[in-house]
Write a protein that binds this ligand. Sequence first.
Ligand SMILES: O=P(O)(O)O[C@H]1O[C@H](CO)[C@@H](O)[C@H]1O
Ligand SMILES: O=c1cc[nH]c(=O)[nH]1
Length: 233
Amino acid sequence: MSVHIGAKENEIAETVLLPGDPLRAKYIAETFLENPKLYNEVRNMFGYTGTYKGKQISVQGTGMGVPSISIYIHELMQSYNVQNLIRVGTCGAIQKDVKVRDVILAMSASTDSQINRLTFGGVDYAPTADFELLKKAYDAGVAKGLQLKVGNVFTADSFYNENSDLEKWARYQILAIEMETAALYTLAAKYNRKAISVLTVSDHILTGEETSAEERQTTFNEMIEVALDAAIQ
Ligand SMILES: O=P(O)(O)O[C@H]1O[C@H](CO)[C@@H](O)[C@H]1O
Ligand SMILES: O=c1cc[nH]c(=O)[nH]1
């Protein structure tokens, strides 16, 4: 096992879905995977492996924010040789034409996290999705008839931030705010692995519109199916 993941060698698939919420990991495993086996309960950050349309897939909760996801994906890549990392997360929209319940593919991620500036001596690094996975996810969404939004998201270090200039981020074409993708793309690049973030708009930050619990579940299903269909292509 690694420090935070209690799986044995070979218990984790080479492709892993990564929700922030460990209960979303449980929901995905129990709803979409055949024969799901729980491999991690350390800190209740559930991880499961099962099969989807005949291919072995794992799903691992990451917790919220850059430090938390960084721990899990580091250990998945370094201790379990995971090759494909697909975040399935929620986000808050900041563009008028991005609606609650839309599914977003994050082509790139801007951030106020200092993690890359610390790594690169104050120089900016551009965290970017893997093109192959991005295309697979896009094709999977189109095949399902979804109007996907594709573009730059913003990975924020704080959920409650009084100082963020959302109008400026929107003017610079940021689609939505979430809290992990910049770290996912940067660490995947560091270890030469493939990563994509597939996000559901759970709320609209400008209008205050939110999804109901039931609507969230249905919309989450679309995001999860896009991620799983991209994983098996
Ligand atoms: O729904 P998840 O995947 O946790 O993603 C979003 O939700 C959390 C904030 O509520 C942050 O982790 C943010 O990135
Ligand atoms: O990080 C997040 C996630 C969902 N909604 C937000 O406003 N922010």
